[in-house]
Design a protein around this ligand. Structure first.
Ligand code: ADP
Length: 490
């Protein structure tokens, strides 16, 4: 084996910038705890700590048939979920693309009429018997009688745009994102917009809950978690990152819990949507390499979502791309520059967002002795003519460091919640549900989270009591479960 060349040594030096050692990790947790508590006491804090009006989590014994819809991007999903009461469920779903001319339109009416129509199609197709005896019979006889309560489906509405939620089934749209632009919907209650369109079709459906996808993840995991353990945290590590957890209501001091406040307070708890993607936007404790700075400066929202920009799938590939480019320009490192066969101008390595985070997973999983798979990916995806094993080793070293830092930062958020709630100090297993391609597919991502947890004061050895499991289908079964608790509390 020839001695490693200069690109390998240069990559190892660069990778050290992504080290996130114990003392920094600890400072991160201390600051996260401070920002959590600030977010619970006032609005406008860096950690939004949004009350969701969900006051309990399921234990797997819940039963019933519920509907869920999900509007959050290019597709609209409708599903029905039959909860069996033994941690299992059946899910039936349909998915349709949303026509572009409804996403950008002067009025919201057409969009919501389209959504209601999809709910109608779904009921006709998958619950025809029920449709016959309710909707069709009324239409045939021309009756406008109210439906009986037992004929009505409760529906959970996952709506992944910024809303100001004021009760379990009310929230006003703050702004559209992701290519939607319908000005007259801003400031309106999104559940009413859907309910009105459903009522125009006289469907037996009640929009019972407005659902955030992270809260859905928490609920879905809590229903399916082994041994009927109630889950403490739901966390997403996908395109973005966010977490929701069960907090003591008496700590949510910014909420009106006076007599007459319009929600069930009997459990003494409230699920909080942390919106932790914006943790430490002021960069008091977050690591900040030159590559993080470049990425932020070139982003559409500089100075915002700073935690997310170091942790989630949307950004890790881009951090790696910028780090690789710096070593291709460094004459000492000479990365990917063998025999002057530099990278062609058309290579995605030169385009912003040119590396997808799935590349980091693929490289990390490459255990061939000469990193043949990594070299093949460099050739096929990035048009590099003749990558050497040294080049591949260098890239693997940097990618590993970026992803490991992301996992250690994830541990900051999770550990802070374990400590804040005191749940780590009880004898019971503490269950955490996670979802998202990064945590699901990056090799050992959860192991790195656990390793970091053990380094944190107050967690340490107790990390063994923490169970971390994948929670699928927050916007389906999770939304159904929120519709269920909404129904119970009404
Ligand atoms: P979403 O969060 O949008 O619901 P995902 O959980 O699939 O969807 O996350 C998508 C993000 O995960 C993208 O940013 C993508 O780059 C990243 N990603 C996709 N596949 C992988 C993978 N195998 N390993 C790591 N990250 C991945």
């Amino acid at each position: 084996m020839p001695a490693p060349g200069p690109s390998v040594a240069a990559a190892a030096r660069l990778a050290r910038q992504f080290d996130y050692p114990s003392p920094q990790l600890q400072r991160g947790v201390d600051e996260f705890l401070r920002q959590m508590s600030e977010g619970l006491s006032k609005s406008g804090a860096t950690l939004s700590q949004i009350p969701t009006y969900v006051t309990s989590v399921p234990n797997g014994t819940e039963k019933g048939l519920y509907l869920a819809v999900d509007l959050g991007g290019t597709n609209f999903r409708v599903c029905s979920i039959d909860l069996h009461g033994d941690s299992t469920f059946n899910l039936t779903q349909s998915k349709v693309p949303i026509p572009r001319d409804l996403m950008v339109a002067p009025s919201y009416k057409q969009l919501f009429q389209f959504l209601a129509k999809q709910v109608e199609h779904f009921l006709e197709l998958h619950h025809n018997e029920h449709f016959e005896t309710t909707v069709r019979r009324r239409r045939m006889t021309g009756t406008t009688d109210q439906y009986r309560r037992e004929e009505i489906f409760d529906l959970g509405f996952t709506f992944s745009f910024p809303v100001h939620q004021t009760s379990i089934n009310q929230g006003t749209l703050i702004r559209w994102t992701k290519g939607f632009d319908i000005p007259d919907a801003i400031g309106k209650d999104v559940c009413s917009m859907l309910q009105n369109a459903i009522d125009e079709l006289h469907l037996p459906v009640r929009v019972a809950a407005l659902v955030n996808d992270t809260v859905g993840t928490l609920m879905a995991r809590s229903y399916t978690s082994p041994g009927k353990t109630e889950t403490l945290i739901g966390a997403i590590f996908g395109t973005g990152t966010n977490g929701a957890y069960l907090e003591s209501l008496n700590k949510v001091t910014k909420m009106d819990t006076s007599k007459g406040a319009d929600f069930d307070q009997s459990t003494g708890n409230m699920v909080i949507n942390t919106e932790w993607g914006s943790f430490d936007n002021q960069l008091s404790v977050l690591p900040n390499t030159e590559f993080d700075q470049q990425l932020d400066a070139g982003s559409v929202n500089p100075g915002i979502q700073m935690f997310e920009k170091r942790v989630s799938g949307m950004f890790l590939g881009e951090i790696l791309r910028r780090a690789i480019l710096s070593l291709t320009k460094d004459p000492e490192a000479n990365l990917l520059q063998k025999n002057g066969s530099s990278i062609p101008d058309t290579s995605p390595l030169y385009s912003v967002w040119g590396i997808d985070t799935s590349f980091l997973s693929a490289v990390e999983a490459d255990t061939t002795s000469d990193l043949a798979l990594t070299k093949a990916a460099l050739r096929e995806h990035f048009e590099v003519h003749d990558p050497s094993t040294d080049d591949a080793v260098a890239i693997k070293t940097i990618g590993h460091a970026i992803a490991k830092r992301a996992a250690r930062l994830s541990a900051v958020a999770l550990s802070a919640v374990l400590l804040d709630t005191g749940r780590i100090n009880t004898d019971e297993t503490v269950d955490i549900g996670v979802d998202g391609s990064l945590v699901e597919f990056y090799p050992k991502f959860v192991d790195y989270i656990r390793e970091a947890m053990r380094e944190i004061k107050g967690v340490g050895e107790k990390e063994r009591k923490v169970r971390i499991g994948i929670a699928k289908d927050g916007s389906g079964v999770g939304a159904a479960l929120i519709a269920l608790v909404a129904h119970k509390s009404n």
